[in-house]
Design a protein around this ligand. Structure first.
Ligand code: ZN
Length: 295
């Protein structure tokens, strides 16, 4: 069985690991994301001598994941200091001459859940992370969703909650979904860390109000067969029933599938791969070119 290398390149930390085509993780390491030079030095040191046969990188973005493009392999317009226009895949290629697949962290996580997790056996799924930022990726019949670049589903526009006075925190769009519902928005709206707020605090009803709108829009546009919600904010388990309830109300019986009514708790779910969703996503990305070679 091939040894695969996986990198979960996050804005706060990097997780590197090795594993196999069955999704088993053999080994892992994580370290804080600092400058590209320092961080990539640690990545290269970790993989040196591990003889991986392919690598998959799920990265914070925006990135250029389109092979053949001039800036393929780059992290592009990120506001994160030092990382904008950084050629991450180019740096890896200087040291490892193996097939590499580069995509967003959420497209990776969606592919991991599709291959080994909550969406195993289905034709499609969507993975949304709600943490420091909000992003979503999707898989349709084994392919991650890409187009001009990659989807940026965290920055869609949503209706405002009537009781919400917070102006929004997105540097580009102010009150887009991420601006109103990512972790920092919760902290700033209530002037405290989200995890300090009681489970019955109105913060969670407002949060669910925004997330449910996002899920409704994703369902109407993509019709995924499973919606998987991960990230730090989704550790607040009370959000799941609250989001499902508001989602059903928003859909208002328009779509007749049982997963949008009686069985919605099987449709909007946490990641089956838990905190390994990101690293497993890297493994799933890594095996894509190997799979293609076998065909
Ligand atoms: Zn935005």
């Amino acid at each position: 069985m091939a040894i695969l290398g996986a990198i979960e390149a996050g804005g706060t930390k990097f997780v590197c690991g090795t594993g196999d085509e069955k999704g088993n993780i053999h080994d892992r390491i994580s370290f804080p994301t600092t400058t590209p030079e320092e961080t990539m030095e640690q990545v290269i040191k970790y993989f040196a001598g591990k003889q991986v046969e392919a690598m998959g990188v799920g990265s914070f973005g925006p990135i250029d994941p389109v092979p053949g493009s001039n800036t393929y392999g780059y992290i592009t317009s990120t506001p994160k200091p030092h990382w904008s226009h950084y050629n991450l895949i180019g740096r890896l290629k200087e040291h490892f001459d193996v097939p590499m697949t580069f995509d967003t962290d959420v497209n990776g996580a969606a592919l991991g859940e599709y291959t080994w997790g909550a969406a195993k056996g289905l034709d499609s799924c969507l993975y949304m992370t709600v943490g420091t930022g909000i992003g979503a990726g999707a898989v349709v019949r084994g392919s991650v969703l890409r187009g001009l670049s990659h989807p940026e589903m965290g920055h869609i526009l949503v209706r405002r909650h009537p009781a919400d006075q917070y102006k929004g925190g997105c540097p580009y769009h102010v009150d887009c979904l991420e601006g109103l519902a990512a972790g920092p928005a919760i902290n700033q709206r209530w002037n405290t860390e989200g995890r300090e707020l009681p489970v019955d605090h109105s913060a969670w009803e407002i949060e669910a109000f925004y997330l449910a709108q996002a899920l409704m829009n994703y369902i109407l546009i993509l019709s995924p067969q499973k919606m998987i919600l991960g990230g730090g904010v989704m550790k607040q388990e009370q959000l799941f029933p609250a989001v499902r309830k508001q989602l059903k109300e928003l859909l208002n019986g328009y779509m007749q599938h049982q997963f949008l009514h009686k069985h919605i708790e099987e449709y909007v779910v946490p990641p089956a791969l838990g905190d390994n969703a990101g690293l497993s996503g890297g493994l799933a990305l890594a095996q894509l070119p190997l799979g293609q070679n076998k065909c």
